[in-house]
Ligand binder design. Sequence first.
Ligand SMILES: [Zn+2]
Ligand SMILES: [Zn+2]
Length: 404
Amino acid sequence: MAPALCANCNTERALIKRPKNHAKLCKACFIKVFEEEVHHTIISSRLFHRGEKVAIGASGGKDSTVLASVLKILNERYDYGLELVLLSIDEGIKGYRDDSLETVKRNAVQYDMPLKVVGYDELYGWTMDQVVATIGKKGNCTYCGVFRRQALDRGSKMLGIKHVVTGHNADDIAETVLMNLLRGDLARLSRSTSIVTGDSRSEVKRSKPLKYSYEKEIVLYAHHKKLDYFSTECIYSPEAFRGSARSLIKQLERVRATAILDIVRSGEDMARLVPRDTSSSCSCKEQKNAAPIALAEDDVGGCGSQNGRTPGNEMAAMDKQLRDNEVHEKFEIDVAKVISEGKKTGPEKQQWGLPTRNGNSATGAVGGQVLGNCERCGYMSSQATCQACTLLDGLNKNRAQIQI
Ligand SMILES: [Zn+2]
Ligand SMILES: [Zn+2]
């Protein structure tokens, strides 16, 4: 049987079956299409402005490495006029950051971008190893995530940069949507789908240019572009609830490739039901005047390393398999086989009887959070003290008791 031709260029042999929609593409077209989709997200949400200084939250992991690589390419290809800087956070986890920081340092050279490294110890007086020694491994990803979020903001401020981009992908967003849905937290759900977080009071804007990119496609992109990234998983495991949401999404993806994007879109649609909280979507669907803004405080992603998020190290396994398969690359490979052996089952559209919500109850139930600033550190917060300061209070009490 003749090998299938690329559905895009119709000349080259199709080597990649896109996880997102199962389109069969050649390597060059996959890379181009992946980049163009990110460009489309950036343009349609008016994410950047000319001359803007942008910090890329860089962990050395696949997501942020791909983000840095794609932004560099798009910045040059479409002349965005951005000044890109790599911003790395050292959580203080022995043996983990050492290698990933080396990776980020190499990336800085490869992409010709300045690099700034900020440590948890400088910012909070605690390394993650010290946190774990004090509270144990349970729940430490909460600390890591909360600290990390502010660390990027504080690091940016130090650099005089007002916009941080992170490597959060569609899988991450879908995970958060599902978690908030399962918690019945519609207000938070709406914010988690926004491409931009932060508000007028926060000095630093945060955004997720890869919010529509599948994790599997990020791995494929990194592989085919031969990007230099650190693939060891974070040694501290994610929280059970997030882990469960993650497993569920991976299972859904196996039987329905579009499930991840569908969850993200549903999250965006549900967000529109929530008053006083702008949601986000690609503006092809709906024209908006400006990029929507949401609260960064709700952008809790557990361990912010972008690693250690997949049960059974699925992404690491996929990565390894891709490397192993590299020698066979001149032959036709159906990458989808590597990724999952899922079969399409059942009717594509299920009809769920969705209860309708009337406007008033929606306002009362979910629209009522008031945003202010933390009285200790000034970081925006819906409580008097922000999450980081609350966590630090607990930690410092522990430390005081130990010293007595
Ligand atoms: Zn092609
Ligand atoms: Zn605070």
